[in-house]
Design a protein around this ligand. Sequence first.
Ligand SMILES: [Ca+2]
Ligand SMILES: [Ca+2]
Ligand SMILES: [Ca+2]
Length: 352
Amino acid sequence: MTLFISLFSCSKSVEDNCFINPKDKINNEYKEERPYSVAQILKHKPEYLEIVSLAKYRDFKKDSTESRQFFRSEEMGKAHKEEFKIFKEKFHDEFEFSSRQEVGSTTYALGSNRLGYWLLKIQDNKPSAYFLGLSFSHYYINKIQEQPIVKDGFLQLEGSLVKFIEVGGLPVYHDYSAIEDGKLFKINLKDVCRDSDNDGYNDIFEKSFGLNENNKDTDGDGVDDFNDLNPMFKSEKNKFVQLYEMLLPQYSGIENFKNLHYSFEVFSSDCDYFHQIDPSIRVLFLPEDKEKQSYYTRVTDVVNHGVSKLKRDHKAPDYYYIETWGSSYSTEYSAAFKDGKWILTNIGSIVI
Ligand SMILES: [Ca+2]
Ligand SMILES: [Ca+2]
Ligand SMILES: [Ca+2]
């Protein structure tokens, strides 16, 4: 009996996960999360990260203002473009690049994208990217590194512990402020580069985003994680899956997302139909319940788009409502399923 109850309470049904129950209380209340203190950041820091306090350092203010000026100057912009040309080619413009360094025949650089910071490596003409798992909500890495970033078998990055501050106005945007300057973030290169299942994504990346670091093919669909556009869940064909596929963000000018191994659209959803999409962009899913997410995704804002649960029209069968949102818009659709096809009608948009 006990077993029955626990099974029952653990697995919510597709109905619960994908459809809005009119009896559900919808909680749209905006909760401002308090920034972490230094003590909290240190308490939760990744176990592979060593933080050293520096006596002499380039402080946060200097780095953030100077690097801003640096990238605005045309001449510097050109020089930067030239310096990182090989990285842009190999990584298809998937990152912002900084701090290039040669070690023997290997070339390193730092990369950052919407998911976070990466160590980039080009060796024998072959590019690899290793996720660092350092949340940009807590760790600021100096854009101008005055010391070599790879030394004595360690990745060594100067930076600060920071917090986000909200800047008012519409849209509300975030800025940083340093809460403790002058830090050296040290990670053993072995820990950075460890890829236990040898699928092309390092363990830190897989653990941070809920992939299986001990299995090349997390969802068992025969396509390894590195080449799977939806690596977490097996795709299925179903009318609701088809609807979710239609509502994915569209990108123009990108020829083939298959070559972009480090650019993901991250969604927070428990809906099986959403999970089962066969997308043309790379996707990852986070559990809606923050407690079930990895520490990294709990504290790092990596979700830029969303597609809501479905709402039935109780008067008309095969008629639904669904909402999509991005950082500056939300759109509500009515969706009617007729003769094997969805007819989507925009019934209201809000642009911020
Ligand atoms: Ca791996
Ligand atoms: Ca894997
Ligand atoms: Ca797979």
